[in-house]
Design a protein around this ligand. Structure first.
Ligand code: ACO
Length: 334
């Protein structure tokens, strides 16, 4: 059976930095509150009027990943694009990226699993490679959150957390027993509305209903039961990590670097403490970028590679939890 080797990676974040102090000028919040509860110091925002969208973020990250793999768009045979902030309600961003890259008419799949989106996307791409269906797959996670956040005090429990950005990796079929060793994905739909954007959709409508009075801030902006999400996150992160290690016959002692989805620094620290990991074995960059949802793991991974934190022979564990609820983990041997 083939293995999926990571042969390239890249990330892109917008230039515009929004600090906690910037937010405290437009809503009732403070640098102290945000740092104490989340660890976030600043994030990047494209905003509503930059002329750029999720599509552009994904494209820039994809081009960097292709460059680092020394590949051209024409070398790809499939695209998987994870995002909760697509350019359109439909079609998804995969086909937009296929057009922007000028690829041949290869397949393009969209993954809508929010903060676990990149783990789901990577696991899906890995399965295609293992079956021999595709050889070279581009996997992208990108978000343009700043276009859809409630930037008033009403939305502060959510809007201070999220940032814009994109990351990408290229997976390639390989005969060595290296690359992705194991993956898992989980979900619990009974909690779907604890962290969600409810409109537009078939429940609340989208076309004729657009001007109706029932289109309220509660359904057009993200809602999150933060403490409830936090409690589930710490349990599911560990469950996904334990399973991915067990399935590969490894233990946490074998893991050189844990890359948790950057949801909240306190969640990452809880997981770090649970496994007794030293600081150099956990990668966090939420301080600079906030939660970039599907972009968070590939951005962190590409930064870790750039910083020389991952070397040949290292075992890297990625794990995520988010809206759905969904969660999952991937274990990669370099
Ligand atoms: N600034 C100042 N005060 C605030 C802010 C803010 N930005 N936001 C909320 N508050 C206030 C609340 O109004 C509340 O005030 P009250 O006590 O007077 O009612 C108080 O602070 C505490 O609010 P909580 O929501 O209980 O704060 P908590 O400690 O739970 O922290 C947080 C909130 C940071 C959101 C945390 O719960 C969290 O990180 N949860 C998990 C998030 C997560 O992992 N999401 C999954 C991924 S996201 C995805 O999938 C899309």
């Amino acid at each position: 059976m083939k293995h999926s080797k990571v042969v390239g990676q890249g990330y892109y974040v917008p230039d515009s930095v929004v600090t906690n102090d910037d937010l405290s000028k437009i809503m009732d919040t403070s640098d102290a509150w945000i740092q104490e509860r989340t660890g976030i110091q600043e994030r990047r925002h494209l905003g509503r009027h930059s002329g750029q969208t999720t599509r552009d973020l994904g494209y820039k990250a994809a081009m960097k990943a292709l460059g680092s793999a020394n590949l051209k768009p024409s070398d790809l045979d499939f695209i998987v694009f994870a995002t909760l902030s697509p350019d359109y309600f439909f079609p998804g961003n995969g086909v937009l990226l296929q057009q922007d890259l000028g690829c041949d008419t290869i397949g393009a799949l969209d993954v809508r699993n929010q903060c676990s989106g990149f783990i789901y996307a990577l696991s899906t791409a890995d399965a295609f490679i293992k079956t021999g269906m595709y050889k070279t797959i581009l996997v992208v996670g990108a978000e343009h959150h700043s276009v859809g956040l409630d930037m008033t005090t009403r939305g502060r429990g959510v809007s201070v957390i999220f940032g814009d950005g994109a990351g990408a990796v290229i997976l390639q079929a390989n005969d060595q027993s290296k690359g992705i060793l194991s993956c898992n994905m989980g979900s619990q739909g009974e909690h779907a509305e604890e962290l969600a954007v409810l409109f537009p959709g078939s429940k609340y409508g989208w076309a004729d209903e657009y001007n109706d009075a029932h289109i309220t801030p509660e359904i057009i902006y993200p809602v999150m039961n933060g403490t409830f999400v936090f409690k589930h996150a710490v349990v599911r992160f560990a469950e996904a990590i334990d399973k991915v290690l067990l399935d590969a016959g490894k233990t946490m002692d074998d893991v050189s670097l844990l890359i948790p989805h950057q949801a909240n620094l306190r969640i990452s620290q809880f997981i770090q403490k649970k496994y007794g990991l030293s600081d150099d074995r956990v990668f966090n960059n939420i301080q600079k970028y906030g939660n970039t949802t599907a972009g968070s793991i590939p951005i962190a991974f590409a930064e870790a590679m750039e910083a020389g934190r991952i070397k040949e022979g290292d075992l890297v564990c990625m794990a995520a939890f988010g809206s759905g609820f969904t969660w999952g983990a991937v274990l990669i041997q370099f």
